[in-house]
Design a protein around this ligand. Sequence first.
Ligand code: C5P
Length: 234
Amino acid sequence: MAEVIVPLDFASSDEAFSMVDRLGDAGTFYKVGLELYTRAGPAVVSALATRGKRVFLDLKLHDIPNTVAGGVRAASELGVELLTVHSSGGTAMLEAARDAAGPGTKLLGVTVLTSLSASEIEAVWGREILSIRDEVGRLTELSADAGLDGVVASALEASWIRRLVSDDFLVVTPGIRPAGADVGDQNRIATPAEAVRAGADYLVIGRPITQAEDPRQALEAVLAEIRGANEETP
Ligand code: C5P
C-alpha cells in the first residue's frame, strides 16, 4: 500500500520537530532536504530515528563516483531508508552509489528536475530535446539498469514509468494536492487517490499537511483517501 512521506521543509530542527510532534503517530516517514540538513545536520536524522520515524534524505547527490559512494555510505550509516542521487551522474556513479548503500538504504534516481524547461535542458546538454518525457524514460531505465531501487517522478508520469520498470521498482511522487487544496507553486499535480491509481509507492506531501490549520487531521484525511484508492486498485 502506498505510504505518505511528509517533507520537513523547515529552517530549524525546532520547527521540524514541532511538526513531527503535531503529527504524532500518524506521521511515520519524513523527508529531510537540503535546507534542514545543512542547518541541523545528521543530528536531525538521528533524532527522527530515535523517535522511531523513517527517513528519506533528499540530498540529490551528484559528483564523481568515489565521492558519491562516500556520501551514500555515510547516509546508510545514519539509518536513512531512502536517499536521492541524480540519474544524470552516469552509470559509474550510480553503480558506485548502489555498491556503497547498506542493506537498509534504498536509492532513488532524480531524472529530470521538474523545474527545467526543454530549452534549459537543451542549453545544458547541447542537443535538441524533442520530449522531456523521453528523457525521463531514458534516465529511469539507466537508473534501473545500474541497480537503483526507484525514481522520483510526477504522479502524472507514474503510470507510464511503471510500464518501463519491474513491479518492485519504487516510484516516489511529489506534487500531490488533495482535491480543493491550495496548489501553491506546483503546477503538474495529482490527488493522493490519482497518484495511488497511477502506481506510486510513496507520496511526498508537504504544505497541504504542514500548512493546514490541523496538520494531523489533514494527514489522516490523506491516509483515508489512500486507503480508499488502494481498496479499489486490484
Ligand atoms: O509542499 P509540497 O507538497 O509542494 O512539497 C513537496 C516536496 O517535494 C518538497 O520538499 C519539494 O522540494 C519536493 N519536490 C517537488 N517536486 C519535485 C521534486 C521534489 O515538489 N519534482
